[in-house]
Design a binder for this molecule. Structure first.
Ligand code: PLP
Ligand code: COI
Length: 341
């Protein structure tokens, strides 16, 4: 490898890599798509993505194995979620094959930036779909731009596997009960900026959002899903039409049940029943598994396992998930997609 970076301490920052993929949908069809050096997008000033938020994105990672090969984790699931998001916003969906091919091309073209095995780093891929063209009324675009760019990343929450604390938020919601919470659209994240800023200024890693209709149940942990472990060997994660269906979360539900014999449950997580959890964590592509030390809710501060140490079940799940992602453990059928270099 010719590229030298501080691979162990990458954090989660934008870095401009040599090449990205770009494809246009015009006159009713997608073009071939191509790799380009230009990291600027040239779009109409009236693009619906800019004015009315007709845009969607994804996040997935490429992992370097011990042998030096590179692999993707469940990219078909990201492709399908982008298609569901596109349906919700009346955007042109990107076919699964095109999506995966674009990801592979970007990884291959920037392979020197996939962090070495053992550093904890990965190559984060950001697929983005936006409505473009000369439209000013509130209506769907007729032209779309699909791009995939990438950057090497490390920890999203600064603790990594060390627990950090979160703030349960009563004053702000990230999504409406029947809104776009389950879709990966920029508007949800715009709504989370102010509460996120306030939580961070108060010393927390991020906000825990409650269900927007009743404010009695936990929904999301910033840009990740919530899970809790009980003394009865249960893995519980919230179910709601306004949370983003996390691919990491569904992977953990499967591993908890099929590899560790736990009872895997998607159900209500009432904020006044947190005592039943012996451990809790945030999970997502960027977050991986980030243990939740304590949560502040009004004047109450609740600690799950410990504010300083990761719990044993969380650690076991982390090792299994990342073992699969980095190619050290056998993956369930179809979870790993190799990138030919
Ligand atoms: N929830 C939100 C709001 C997110 O932005 C993400 C990130 O993608 C997740 C959950 C985790 O989803 P996934 O595991 O598919 O990355
Ligand atoms: C991801 O985990 O891929 C995300 O999209 C989180 C992010 C918004 C940083």
């Amino acid at each position: 490898m010719t590229v030298q970076l501080d691979w162990e301490n990458l954090g989660f920052e934008y870095r401009k890599l040599p090449l990205r993929y770009i494809s246009y949908f015009k006159d009713g069809k997608w073009d071939e798509g191509t790799l380009v050096e230009d990291a600027q997008l040239h779009i109409s000033e009236s693009s619906p993505a800019l004015h009315y938020g007709q845009q969607a994105f994804e996040g997935l990672k490429a992992y370097r194995t011990k042998e030096g090969s590179i692999q993707l984790f469940r990219p078909d699931e990201n492709a399908k979620r982008l298609q569901r998001t596109a349906d919700r916003l009346l955007m042109e969906p990107v076919p699964t094959e095109k999506f995966i091919d674009a990801c592979k091309q970007v990884v291959k073209a920037n392979a020197d930036f996939v962090p070495p095995y053992g550093t904890g780093g990965t190559l984060y891929l950001r697929p983005l779909l936006i409505g473009v063209g000369d439209i000013i009324g509130v209506k769907p675009a007729e032209e779309y731009l699909f791009t995939v760019f990438a950057m090497p990343v490390g920890n999203y929450f600064k603790g990594g596997l060390a627990p950090t604390n979160f703030l349960i938020q009563d004053d702000y919601d990230r999504a409406a009960p029947n809104g776009t919470g389950a879709a990966k659209v920029g508007g949800n994240y715009a709504a989370s900026l102010l509460p996120g800023k306030k939580a961070k200024a108060a010393g927390f890693s991020d906000v825990i959002y409650l269900d927007p209709a009743t404010h009695t149940k936990i929904e999301e942990v910033g840009s990740a899903n919530f899970f809790g472990i009980t003394a009865e060997n249960e893995f519980i994660t919230p179910i709601s039409p306004s949370i983003l269906p996390s691919i990491t979360k569904y992977s953990l539900l499967y591993l908890a049940e099929h590899r560790f014999g736990m009872k895997a449950i998607e159900g209500d997580v009432f904020v006044d029943e947190l005592d039943k959890f012996t451990e809790a964590g945030a999970c997502g592509t960027a977050a991986v598994i980030s243990p939740i030390g304590g949560v502040q809710h009004g004047d109450d501060f609740h600690v799950f396992y410990s504010e300083t140490e990761v719990g044993p079940v969380t650690k076991k799940l982390y090792d299994e998930l990342t073992g699969i992602q980095f190619g050290d453990k056998e993956a369930p059928e179809g979870w790993i997609v190799p990138v030919d270099l």
